[in-house]
Structure formats: structure tokens, C-alpha cells
Design a protein around this ligand. Structure first.
Ligand code: TYD
Ligand code: MG
Length: 456
């Protein structure tokens, strides 16, 4: 065949689609400028670790979820769905410097602390650097092995010799397999190495935690192509200049993807934050306009956070809108509803909306909170004391029902909030237990009157 002679090929770093010619736009997934050059290689030499498997009745298959390994780090265990499933392949992605290596090392050492052997393979730092980091984290145990190696074949040898309970590969972009000639970090290497690790994990029933880098553009054969192959994909995120870090599962074959873990990066590594609401609200100013407390749901856990808005008249023809932690389009939509349905003329105003603490709110249930924050800042009237505001806003200015109201209110009451402005549709689901005031609203205008004490 003519094609076999083609030494070069072009691979999309987003979806892994292959072409023999360069394309400005990937024909596979439509991403622009994502095709990169790779050497075409013979992939026929793959070992066959699974060749011995035979069909068996499903009832006789051993249930591995029962043997989950608890890392001892509560937040991580929860995100994983209750511990690490043996033989699973877990990918942790995140921006450089966010704390992936720290988290991976802490997980490995937490397991090692319980006299279970764990192997931390690093291709990025020396063993000395890892030791320094471990000292800083206060984790020094003999059951934690460090290996500075980038050859996958060698890693496999050691893994088989030691048979650890957990292997950490930090990072997948630094390891390579000798079976293909591409450079480490290229799409082909990353994909091939992951496939290799997958076989290793399943064949020996050892869980493997892979660290992967993503830059803004999902560059460096970002873990995108890996997401299909691994069992669990976790993203570690947070604002670089904030100390809070949030671990989010975007794919999990062994648990829910709704759970998040909250950590705080401190002098001794990542500390678990088991009561995030309290910490997110700690620095909240009182009696100032533009600040609203909302209760977002993160998985099964309600979390109170503060939304801050600043609306000021614009010096330019085109007003600026900036957000952090909230989708800017959502804010634009809410601003449009305020303009048209409430008669609040903020169309020619600059508006800045922040979520305190570096949290990201994606739920529509925080719409009403954003709207009240904008109105409060615009009118320069603070929101009434100790109020939590909940509700989704429709395009006609109506307030629509949200999910799990009772849980959110419960969290608010726990933290001393006394007034809850919620959608009328949800009012019947909440029982008034006497120590708080729950008010249902049907429109944004009603919510303003209640929250700001004046008519909009
Ligand atoms: P790191 O885990 O190396 O990030 P990644 O592997 O995702 O690139 O973490 C790097 C950052 O974390 C670095 O800026 C320093 C900070 N850090 C602390 O603040 N405290 C600590 O105890 C440790 C280990 C790191
Ligand atoms: Mg690192």
C-alpha cells in the first residue's frame, strides 16, 4: 500500500484524529489549529495482556468496588466515590503549579502511612526534590518508594517487583515507551503510554494515578485524548492566587461526577477543607452594597458562597463586563433581564461580578443572587442582614424553582442565616422550623423589594 510508506502523519491533539495531510481545522472534531505532526509508526507490537480472559457469568465476577482502598484523605476519597478501586486508572489534570504533584504525593503517602506500599514515579523532579517536598508535607514513611524514571518499560519492571498498592505517574507527558519513536509528550506517546498503563493496571490489579498537564489551549497532547481511556478523570482547579483548590470529577466509572473536594494550599501542602461554607464566608463584609450570599450545590453538598458585584458608570461607549467564577454570558443575560423586565438601567454601566474564594458557580440557582448583587451595587443599598438568596431567573423576569432547596436552607441555618428568599415554587418543600424566615418570590422585582427593602 502506498500509505504505509507515509512516514509522517498529522494528529489532532484534542481528539486524536489522524490525517496524512495537514489541516487547519481538524476534520474529526472541528477544532482549529490542533493538528500536529507525528512520525507514523508500526503499532502492531502491542503486548496482549488480556489474551487470557474468557467469558464468565456476570454473577461470578469478583466485585472490586468492595475492596476500595481508602487513601485516608477524605476529600479525595469522596471525589473518587469512596476510595480507589483496585486496577483503576485515574487521571488528574490541571494547570501547571496548581498542586497536582502535591496532591498525588499526599495520596501516595497517606496510603504508605498505613503500611501499604506505594510507588511514586516522577519524571519531572529528582528524588531529592521529592524528598524535600515530602518533608515539607510531613510525610516520611518507609513504605513510600520514589522512582525517578521516564521509561515505561523500566517503570513496569519495578512495579512488578514491588507490587505496590498504588502507583503514581507524575506526569504522563514525561514518560515514554520504547515501542514508538515519537518524543515524550507527543500525542502518540501519551496515548500509547496510557494504553500501556491501562494494561498494567488491569493485569496486576494495581490502581495507577496519572498526573497530566493542561495548558490554556489544552496543549501538549493535553489529557483530552486520554479521557476516553481512563476510568476516572479528576480536574484540579482554582485561582492561582487563591489558596483554595477544588478537585472535581468529570468522569468516574466508579462513582458520581457531582462531588467536589475542597482543599487549601498551605505551608504544609494541601489541607482538607471539610466546612467550605464557613471559610468562604469568613472575610465577608457586612452592611456593604453589592454583596450577596447564595447557596450552591456541589454534588451532594451545599456550599454557601458570597457573590460580589460592582456596578459603576462607564467612561467608554462600550461598557465593560468582567466576571470571575461565573460565566460572563450568564451575567450578561441577567443584566439584560434587569434592564428590560425590571427597568434597572445598567446597560450603560460597567459591571464586575466575582465569586469570593476562587469558587466557580455554574448552577442557574445562583441567578437571583447575581441579580440582587448587581441591583444592590447599582442602587448602593446593602442587602438585608443575614439573608441567603436562591432562584433561577427566566427571560421574562420570573423566578423559577431550583433543586434541593431544603438542603441549602439547612446549611444556611447551620451558619446562622435567618432569612431565605427562595422561588415560590419551592416554598412547599421547606418546612419552617421557627428559627428562620423563608419567603417565596415569583418575580425578580419581588425579590428586590424584599432583599433591598425598597422597590426596584
Ligand atoms: P505542585 O504540586 O508542584 O503543582 P503541579 O504539580 O500541579 O505543577 O505545586 C506547586 C505549587 O504549590 C507551588 O506554587 C508551591 C505550592 N505549594 C505550597 O504552597 N505549599 C506546599 O506545601 C507545597 C508542597 C507546594
Ligand atoms: Mg508537578
Amino acid at each position: 500500500m502506498v500509505r504505509a510508506k507515509n512516514k509522517l502523519r498529522f494528529v489532532c491533539r484534542e481528539c486524536g484524529h489522524q490525517e496524512f495531510k495537514w489541516h487547519g481545522r481538524c476534520p474529526g472534531c472541528g477544532t482549529w489549529n490542533s493538528m500536529i505532526e507525528e512520525l507514523n509508526t508500526d503499532r502492531g507490537k502491542r503486548s496482549t495482556a488480556f489474551s487470557e480472559s474468557r467469558p464468565v457469568p456476570i454473577t461470578t465476577v469478583t466485585d472490586v468496588s468492595e475492596q476500595r482502598i481508602l487513601t485516608g484523605c477524605g476529600e479525595l476519597d469522596r471525589v473518587l466515590g469512596g476510595g480507589i478501586v483496585p486496577g483503576s486508572l485515574i487521571l488528574i489534570g490541571g494547570d501547571p503549579g496548581i498542586g497536582k504533584s502535591t496532591l498525588a504525593l499526599q495520596a501516595a503517602s497517606a496510603i504508605a502511612d498505613r503500611q501499604l506500599l506505594s510507588l511514586y514515579v516522577t519524571g519531572e523532579e529528582s528524588a531529592q526534590q521529592t524528598r524535600m517536598r515530602a518533608l515539607r508535607l510531613g510525610v516520611m514513611t518507609e513504605s513510600l518508594y520514589v522512582l525517578t524514571e521516564t521509561s515505561l518499560e523500566h517503570i513496569k519492571n519495578y512495579a512488578e517487583k514491588l507490587s505496590p498498592k498504588l502507583i503514581v505517574i507524575d506526569s504522563i507527558q514525561t514518560v515514554y515507551t520504547e515501542t514508538i519513536p515519537s518524543a515524550p509528550g507527543s500525542v502518540a506517546q501519551v496515548r500509547e503510554c496510557t494504553a500501556y498503563l491501562l494494561q498494567m493496571a488491569k493485569a496486576n490489579n494495581i490502581p495507577v494515578l496519572i498526573v497530566g498537564h493542561v495548558t490554556k489551549e489544552g496543549f501538549l497532547a493535553g489529557p483530552r485524548v486520554l479521557e476516553h481511556m481512563v476510568d476516572t478523570v479528576l480536574y484540579f482547579e482554582g485561582e492561582r492566587h487563591h489558596t483554595f483548590r477544588i478537585l472535581r470529577a468529570v468522569k468516574n466509572r466508579f462513582g458520581s461526577t457531582n462531588e467536589i473536594g475542597v482543599f487549601e494550599m498551605g505551608g504544609q501542602g494541601l489541607q482538607e477543607v471539610s466546612n467550605p461554607s464557613e471559610i468562604f464566608l469568613a472575610e465577608r463584609p457586612t452592611g456593604v452594597s453589592g454583596s450577596v450570599v447564595v447557596a450552591g450545590m456541589e454534588g451532594s453538598r451545599p456550599m454557601l458562597v458570597e457573590i460580589q458585584a460592582l456596578v459603576s458608570s462607564s467612561n467608554f461607549g462600550n461598557p465593560r463586563r468582567m466576571t470571575s467564577g461565573i460565566d460572563i454570558n450568564r451575567v450578561n443575560l441577567i443584566a439584560a433581564v434587569l434592564e428590560k423586565r425590571v427597568g434597572l438601567h445598567i446597560g450603560n454601566q460597567d459591571a464586575y461580578v466575582n465569586v469570593a474564594g476562587g469558587v466557580r458557580l455554574t448552577e442557574p440557582a445562583v441567578d437571583l443572587g447575581i441579580a440582587v448583587a448587581l441591583a444592590s451595587s447599582f442602587r448602593d443599598i446593602p442587602v438585608i442582614q443575614s439573608a441567603v438568596i436562591l432562584g433561577e431567573i427566566g427571560l421574562t423576569g420570573e423566578v423559577r424553582g431550583i433543586s434541593q432547596v431544603a438542603k441549602r436552607i439547612h446549611e444556611g441555618v447551620k451558619l446562622g442565616f435567618g432569612t431565605f428568599i427562595i422561588p415560590m415554587a419551592n416554598l412547599s418543600q421547606c418546612k419552617d422550623n421557627g428559627n428562620c424566615k423563608i419567603i417565596g418570590v415569583e418575580t425578580v422585582v419581588e425579590a428586590f423589594e424584599l432583599a433591598l427593602g425598597v422597590s426596584a
